[in-house]
Design a protein around this ligand. Structure first.
Ligand code: FAD
Length: 441
């Protein structure tokens, strides 16, 4: 027997969190409407057209530890679509390229002195064990790593490498974030990519929602949201008003604050949580670069902090023979780079990529695209585990499922799906308590 709930629910945002939420609710008989501001689904995992291919704007891969995402893929018949491959890592320091995969690579890693390489290796082996049982949420990453690795390894290596993700305050981020990240990536050599790209997952979720009677509306930004314990009211383009019993919002908290009415805005959490944005350059190249999936770039005079050679994971066949390479810089959305002219960024980053890889000739660069996203990575303050906002908002019928809620998990499709599972459970429960919906045999 399936229960059909007469209470309507709206989901704001068609990224993976909104899609997974709407999929779960619709499949359990809830009348759900998903509202997405953009003209495509997928959020940060969305795509652009390159010939007849859909290519992610931001590099994405699946990790073997992504249990919640893999379970969702299984549900929509895609688990076997993930192709797993061993990948390697490089490192560019002061313009010089290094391999960074094995103990031998570390011994040959000249940016560190010999005794530092040995210390680096030993500390890295023991890191997870030494962190176990400690309250890493209250320990600054800098204090933890400086203590284990020493001042110079922190300053020369970790500060620029991880600092590129969170900006200058990386040292203040709780060590728990790094601990979780090392856990997620403990088998860094193996990564996965879905056959047909992330678009295939997006399309499968869309089909699942619509098959179950859910509605998806693209190019429909929610302009205004009000919510009390009695329900929610959403103002859509053209002044259309949608009244629903519950809303699940997946949009980053600063964006949600802007669309909340005064009463709701007062109740919303997270006003002081800072977010990093990102700028990526997407290169289609006629030749291979290093063959490493991931290469952090430190102190090399580039505007970007890392290179992801996606074709090392996917092969070049799926992009018409081109080698797909991303370069990226995490940055505040108010920065000069973020507001830079895309063509200028593309030209500068092409020159800088060619400086790092002199074998890359101008004619090897088939095309370059630049993409930006303003809210990617919440910059977690110390003690965030206790300060993390709840997914319910007192005095309202609103549920929150955002990247600010996945901590201490690393922001990823997996953690968004895990959060969606949790929040839909709560929504379902709250509907069950009040709904008088008909029961369908
Ligand atoms: C460069 C980069 C690399 C990454 N690499 C990986 C990776 O390898 N593996 C991995 O798993 N994850 C990766 N991630 C992280 C992953 O993309 C995110 O954690 C995840 O996509 C977050 O999903 P979400 O649904 O919570 O939010 P989002 O994807 O941000 O979705 C929010 C949606 O809300 C919509 N929206 C905003 N305002 C409104 C409004 N007013 N009305 C209606 N809709 C609105 C937006 O248009 C958007 O579609 C990466 C991210 C980036 C940027």
């Amino acid at each position: 027997m399936t229960t059909t709930f007469s209470s309507p629910v709206a989901v704001i945002g068609g990224g993976i969190c909104g899609l997974a939420t709407a999929h779960r609710l619709a499949r359990r008989g809830v009348r759900v409407t998903l509202l997405e501001a953009g003209d495509q689904l997928g959020g940060l995992g969305t795509f652009f057209s390159h010939g007849d291919q859909a290519v992610e704007r931001f590099y994405h891969c699946v990790m073997p530890t992504d249990a919640d995402l893999l379970a969702l893929l299984d549900e929509v018949g895609l688990k076997d679509a993930v192709r797993w491959r061993k990948t390697t890592m490089g490192m560019v320091v002061d313009g010089r390229r290094h391999r960074f995969n094995s103990a031998l690579d570390l011994l040959r890693f000249t940016p560190l002195r010999l005794h530092e390489r040995v210390r680096f290796g030993l500390a890295s082996l023991m890191l997870r064990r030494w962190g176990s049982g400690r309250d890493l949420d209250l320990l600054r990453t800098e204090d933890w790593l400086r203590g284990l690795y020493g001042r110079r390894i922190w300053e020369e290596f970790f500060a620029p490498m991880f600092g590129s993700k969170f900006g200058p305050s990386f040292g203040d981020v709780p060590a728990l974030y790094l601990w979780q990240r090392l856990g997620r990536e403990r088998n860094v050599a193996t990564r996965g990519y879905p056959d047909g790209g992330y678009r295939k997952i997006i399309d499968a979720l869309r089909a699942s929602i619509e098959d179950a009677g859910g509605t998806i509306r693209l190019s429909t930004p929610v302009d205004r949201l009000s919510s009390t314990t009695g329900g929610c009211s959403l103002t859509l383009p053209g002044g259309e008003v949608l009244d629903v019993d519950k809303v699940v919002s997946t949009v980053p908290l600063p964006q949600l604050r802007r669309l909340a009415d005064d009463e709701l805005a007062e109740r919303l959490p997270g006003s002081d949580l800072r977010y990093q944005g990102v700028v990526t350059g997407v290169f289609f190249l006629r030749r291979r670069l290093s063959g490493h999936y991931w290469t952090p770039v430190l102190r090399s005079g580039t505007g970007f902090d890392g290179v992801v050679e996606m074709s090392a994971l996917t092969g070049t066949g799926i992009h018409g023979g081109a080698n797909l390479v991303y370069v990226m810089r995490y940055t505040d959305r108010s920065s000069r780079l973020y507001h830079g002219e895309p063509d200028r960024i593309a030209a500068q980053w092409t020159n800088q990529l060619r400086d790092l890889f002199p074998e890359l000739r101008p004619e090897d660069v088939e095309s370059v695209r630049v993409f930006k996203a303003p809210f990617v990575e919440p910059v977690y303050p110390l003690g965030y585990l206790a300060a993390r906002p709840p997914v319910t908002v007192d005095g309202t019928s609103l549920f929150l499922a955002t990247t600010a809620h996945v901590y201490p998990d690393v922001t990823s499709w997996n953690s968004s799906v895990k959060l969606a599972n949790h929040v839909t459970g709560l929504v379902f429960e709250s509907l069950g308590r009040q709904d008088t919906g008909e029961r369908v045999p």
